[in-house]
Design a protein around this ligand. Structure first.
Ligand code: ZN
Length: 314
């Protein structure tokens, strides 16, 4: 599983960075987008990703630099030939935003766009499972504080079975390979002599499910802390340097130090900061912001996102 940054600039693009979007890439080739700033379809193409494989688009908030690429991206998915449904979720207003683009241009999508608008406080209630891959990862929104309704998306892997140990199965008298498959799927097996073999007798304990937290713009995401302890990867903006907290809060944003402190409170395994420069001026470079964030979360690896930068989550 991989996370590719398609845009890492704040407010407006620069010559090197586009506005915000990320792609979560699953091992089976399916893709989710998290945010969809203007020209995300260009970055999807540059990254060599296949729009037709996009199952779900999760929007953090409706500021333009996080969602104004939606009409173009949805059309790119259509032109790529998709006919399976696409799930789109984000704060209330999403449907109106799209209608404003699609109605005057008489645009009809050739697939079922299932729009889920979040109303009121989001407390982690998972989105309905995807009809295209019902056993896929879950997406859970949590409200965080910004100037408009905004969420962080917690993406969670479903429980995985432990590895089957053939030597244990053979020692218990199992010889039919089809029984191995049943046990791997969590079913019990009854042997000809009447003994019942349970999966936990032949499987390793299930591996921990992976979790990725991608926050929208925010000055305060602390409400998530109890729900995402030990998360494998957290992505959060670090728009301002550590010494500009007052200015950051005035605009509903984070400093590098605020984001590092958040990662420490989560006991996250890894932090990636993003949302640099752009409309917020030249300011310090991402490397300075990275080192300031790292100083606030000792022991947690911290990286600064680059456009088309890809991170593997094992
Ligand atoms: Zn914003």
């Amino acid at each position: 599983m991989k996370l590719t940054f398609l845009g890492t600039s704040a407010g407006q693009p620069t010559s090197r960075r586009n506005v915000t979007a990320q792609a979560l890439l699953f091992d089976d080739g399916r893709m989710w987008l998290i945010d969809c700033g203007e020209a995300t379809q260009h970055r999807v193409r540059e990254a060599g990703l296949r729009a037709i494989r996009c199952d779900r688009i999760l929007i953090t908030h409706l500021h333009g630099d996080h969602c104004w690429g939606l009409p173009g991206m949805l059309m790119a998915i259509a032109i790529a030939g998709r006919t399976e449904p696409v799930q789109l979720a984000g704060p209330r207003g999403l449907a109106r935003l799209l209608d404003g683009a699609f109605a005057p241009s008489a645009t009809e999508l050739p697939y079922d766009l299932q729009v889920h608008e979040l109303d009121g406080e989001a407390r982690g209630e998972p989105l309905p499972p995807l009809t295209t891959s019902p056993d896929s990862w879950r997406a859970r929104p949590f409200s965080i504080r910004h100037r408009v309704p905004c969420v962080a998306w917690l993406c969670e892997e479903p429980p995985r079975p432990g590895r089957l140990r053939p030597e244990r199965a053979l020692a218990l008298g199992l010889s039919d390979r089809r029984d191995f498959g049943r046990l791997q799927r969590g079913e019990t097996v009854i042997l000809p002599d009447g003994r019942v073999i349970r999966p936990d007798q032949v499987l390793d304990p299930p591996p921990a499910s992976r979790r990725i937290l991608v926050c929208g713009d925010t000055e305060d995401a602390d409400a998530i802390i109890p729900h995402a302890q030990g998360v494998d990867l957290v992505v959060r903006e670090a728009t301002y340097p550590a010494d500009q907290e007052e200015k950051a809060r005035q605009w509903g944003h984070s400093t590098s130090a605020m984001t590092g402190t958040f990662a420490a409170a989560l006991h996250a395994r890894r932090l990636i900061i993003t949302h640099f420069g752009g409309r917020h001026g030249d300011g310090p470079g991402p490397e300075q912001l990275r080192s300031e964030a790292a100083a606030a979360c000792p022991g947690i690896p911290v990286e600064a996102a680059e456009d088309l930068g890809t991170f593997t989550i094992t």
